[in-house]
Design a protein around this ligand. Structure first.
Ligand code: NAD
Length: 322
């Protein structure tokens, strides 16, 4: 099949291109930047800004399927501080890409949404009830980023119902792994934790945002890519969670990474940092039912690979001695 991956210069997009190539597809990657850490595996890689409609038309030409991952996004520090930029850029990227896909006769279009679309009122306790897909409404999404994702979910539905574009919608819950951003302000908690712990001396102190009791679930990249390909091949067009359903506190996450690193650490809690919701977990009942599968890789195993990769990068860039 001929497949377009938008956001192919990014973390998940780059891994997805590799997996699609392994399955024997022809792949075009599109992004405003090349992958940061290794060359793309795509047959064709085009640097295009999908905020522009002419670029979206070029990107979506002559392909059967589109995995639409391109977005201006980052960890909680980024999405809480750049709402205007996020809403402006992603609204333009999304509307241009789906409309161009429709015009170019794309058969199937998968949109990557987020657990950030779930209502704040369901995520006020650390010991939160796992979120089912139907919990999205009545809506009270994460301000900025979450509302924009929810709006695009609705857009996919209207394009399917009114224009016959066959759409898929996935809601990711904290994806992590090697070849992801680990520094610079856009990184997420697992990568930030790995970097901080790799750089700190044994017995030293690292900064943790909040009181460390906030909870999340984390899903390893290989499971994410497997789930994405299964969903694309399925006949399911409503939104579907894709994540792990094992919830840990941020402090537990830090101690897990420290154990992998073989270091004793102390945590310094910074309360005045962006935090997001108090607790969040994925209910995977529908995922299991629809895909006949669920994420397989344990948090410990995923963190081990991620930690070793980030440590290797820090050594390579001269920030850490081997
Ligand atoms: P990422 O930032 O690594 O990848 C997104 C890519 O989109 C980047 O390479 C970026 O350069 C590209 N992009 C930004 N603006 C663009 C533009 N105008 N034109 C073309 N490309 C542009 O992020 P990721 O973690 O790989 O996430 C992929 C998708 O999954 C995003 O839509 C994101 O919102 C969604 N998502 C990710 C997570 C997660 O935990 N990583 C969670 C929920 C949702």
């Amino acid at each position: 099949m001929k497949i377009l991956v938008t956001g192919a210069g990014g973390f998940i997009g780059h891994h997805l291109v590799k997996a699609l190539k392994k399955e024997g597809h022809w792949v075009r990657g599109v992004d405003i930047k090349e992958p940061e850490f290794e060359p793309t595996a795509a047959d064709e890689f085009e640097l295009l800004d999908l905020r522009r409609f002419d670029c979206a038309l070029q990107a979506t030409r002559a392909v059967d399927r589109v995995f639409h991952l391109a977005a201006n996004m980052g960890g909680i520090g980024f999405i809480e501080n750049f709402k205007g930029v996020i809403v402006r850029d992603n609204t333009m990227i999304n509307i241009h890409t789906i409309e161009a896909a429709r015009i170019n006769g794309v058969k199937r279009f998968l949109f990557t949404s987020s657990a950030c679309i779930y209502p704040g009122y369901k995520q006020k306790e650390a010991d939160v009830t796992p979120l089912k897909e139907s919990d999205a409404y009545p809506a009270d999404a994460e301000d900025g980023y979450g509302w924009e994702k929810l709006y695009m979910e609705r857009t996919c539905r209207h394009y399917r119902e009114d224009f016959g574009l066959d759409t898929r919608i996935v809601r990711f819950h904290n994806i992590f792994g090697p070849l992801g951003t680990y520094d610079g302000g856009r990184e997420k908690a697992p990568a930030a934790m790995c970097r901080k712990i790799a750089l700190v001396e044994d017995g030293g102190e690292i900064e943790v945002w909040g009181d460390g009791k906030q909870t999340r679930s984390f899903c390893y990249i290989d499971d994410c890519v497997e789930g994405l390909m299964r969903l694309m091949d399925s006949d399911f067009h409503d939104p579907l969670n894709l994540g792990q359903d094992r919830m840990v506190t941020i402090d537990e996450l830090a101690y897990m990474v420290a154990a992998i690193a073989g270091k004793k650490i102390r945590l310094r809690h910074e309360l005045n940092r962006p935090l997001g919701v108090r607790g969040r977990n994925s209910d995977n009942s529908l995922l299991r039912q629809v895909l006949k599968w669920e994420p397989q890789i344990s948090l410990e195993e995923g963190l081990r690979v991620t930690y070793e990769w980030i440590r290797g990068e820090l050594i390579k860039t001269g920030r850490l001695k081997a």
